[in-house]
Design a protein around this ligand. Structure first.
Ligand code: NAD
Length: 454
């Protein structure tokens, strides 16, 4: 789906003209193509700094030295006029109090104008809940206000700023999230915070390429849209993917799985027998499942006063009740293997609410409650449970919106445009990798830092 403003603004003369007229000039976003590469940031310039006493230096250094980047290290940089950076990483973990926040200013202020387009900025801070004092917790949490604000300043250049909250003891688990946020696989994730915990089974050293080799994945609603994009992306990292969709869409489903050699399962998840059928299918064919993507979902929008009962019932049944029923069987019978990954498709509507979506908003908020509880319950098996919340994604659904609504959806994001199903698929795939074992119970928005629900 092309965005006429991105196209127009890519031509330098038109861009200038648009800028003069106050028309938004969103930049073309850099997107990684294909599977993960062991070396990324090839030939790019990265600046790494840390406040005194920060605790994640070693892991960050190891990650950066494994890339193809030229890495400069400075806690108080003094760049030359022509210095430009493609990525900034700052370790602000283990602050004692608000005075320590000055290190953020000292590192970022001198280089804030020195970023290339599509730059990546990642900041690490300690998980506030695990800080020993009130002052330290406040300082740690302050970093989120900094990163979200900085993201709003540089989003117009296609650049992203994201935050990693690191629980003490979880430093060894930051490598995969850090790689994700530094890469162009995370293009449409902007202004977000992810918590990395130390609890649960420690993941083994994850492979950096084809990390899903030997894994089996189930993607519900996998015939089209975000589900199909996710299935293809998981397969490209080595997973065998079972795509489930309604029997009426069997032809589309078969065509989708044929593209990457997956398995089709034509089933309506709201059927009473669906949880049993899914569990038996996965157990008999594959001995279990490693990755479950609860993606099937529908909208039936009406304001509450105008909403017919069957709209309410249908959305609740598909988007929430069926997921809970399928999950119960897969978890109770341990069909989901140890170190498994579960990802739910939530929505900004589930975070902030949306006019005309009391039914949909309820289901997507319900999934957040599900994710938080399920993540706790599965920690000792190393199974992670997370949600992604897409913002404005360029799909058939959003193409049919009235012009004004579509424009608002696109331009109210810091990146000034919509995302793609592939952007959501990238984030889901990251959460499914073995190296994301420290990330559980999170809701990660893929929204280009949309103001809606912010
Ligand atoms: P889509 O309509 O393109 O695809 C959804 C798929 O789910 C369809 O193939 C459909 O047949 C399947 N499905 C519906 N009911 C089913 C059932 N009972 N059993 C089995 N399969 C069923 O939708 P999409 O835009 O790709 O959205 C995918 C998910 O992402 C949904 O959960 C949606 O709520 C969520 N989401 C999408 C957006 C967006 O902008 N597209 C934004 C936020 C959240």
């Amino acid at each position: 789906m092309s965005d006429y403003l991105v196209n127009a603004a890519s031509k330098p003369t038109l861009r200038k003209f648009m800028g003069a007229l106050g028309i938004p000039t969103p930049v073309e976003l850099a997107r990684a193509e294909g599977p993960y590469q062991a070396r990324f940031l090839e030939g790019q310039r990265v600046l790494f700094g840390a406040r005194p006493g920060a605790g994640a230096r070693d892991t960050i250094n190891t990650v950066l030295s494994g890339t193809g980047a030229r890495v400069d290290t400075s806690d108080k940089p003094q760049p030359a006029d022509d210095d430009r950076y493609d990525a900034l990483v700052f370790d602000a973990t283990q602050m004692s109090d608000a005075a320590d926040l000055k290190a953020l200013y000292e590192f970022f202020h001198p280089v804030a104008r020195k970023l290339t387009k599509n730059a990546r900025v990642v900041v690490l801070t300690s998980q506030p809940e695990s800080m020993p004092t009130v002052a330290a917790a406040a300082a740690a949490r302050a970093v989120e206000g900094f990163t979200r604000s900085f993201a709003k300043e540089i989003g117009k250049f296609g650049s992203t700023v994201n935050l990693l909250y690191v629980e003490p003891g979880a430093e060894a688990r930051i490598a995969t999230p850090l790689r994700f946020f530094l890469s162009d696989h995370s293009t449409f994730v902007d202004g977000q915070a992810l918590t990395i915990t130390a609890a649960g089974i420690a993941p083994a050293d994850p492979p950096e390429t084809q990390p899903l080799t030997g894994k089996t994945a189930l993607v519900t609603g996998g015939a089209r849209g975000i589900g199909a994009a996710t299935a293809a992306r998981l397969a490209s990292e080595g997973a065998h993917v079972v795509c489930l969709d309604i029997p009426q869409d069997k032809d589309t489903l078969d065509a989708t799985v044929a593209e990457f050699g997956g398995t089709a399962l034509a089933l309506d998840i709201t059927d009473d027998s669906a949880p049993r059928q899914i569990a038996d299918f996965l157990k008999e064919k594959f001995g279990g499942v490693d990755i479950v993507i609860h993606n099937a979902g529908v909208t039936r929008d009406k304001t509450l006063a105008n909403m017919p009962e069957h709209y309410w019932d249908m959305v609740l049944a598909i988007n929430l009740q069926a997921i809970l029923a399928v999950d119960a069987v897969l978890m109770d019978e341990q069909i989901v293997n140890e170190h498994g990954r579960v990802v739910c498709l939530c929505s900004i509507g589930g975070i902030a609410g949306n006019r005309g979506q009391t039914n949909y908003g309820a289901t997507k908020a319900g999934l957040i409650g599900f994710v938080e509880r399920r993540a706790d319950a599965q920690r000792d098996r190393g199974v992670t449970v997370n949600a992604v919340a897409p913002g404005f994604i360029e799909t058939r659904m959003t193409a049919e919106m009235p012009f004004g609504v579509r424009e608002a959806g696109r331009r109210l994001a810091s990146l000034g445009q919509g995302g793609t199903p592939g952007d959501v698929a990238e984030t889901i795939t990251f959460l499914c990798t073995p190296g994301a074992g420290g990330v559980s119970g999170n809701v990660l928005r893929v929204c280009g830092q949309s103001l809606i629900g912010a």
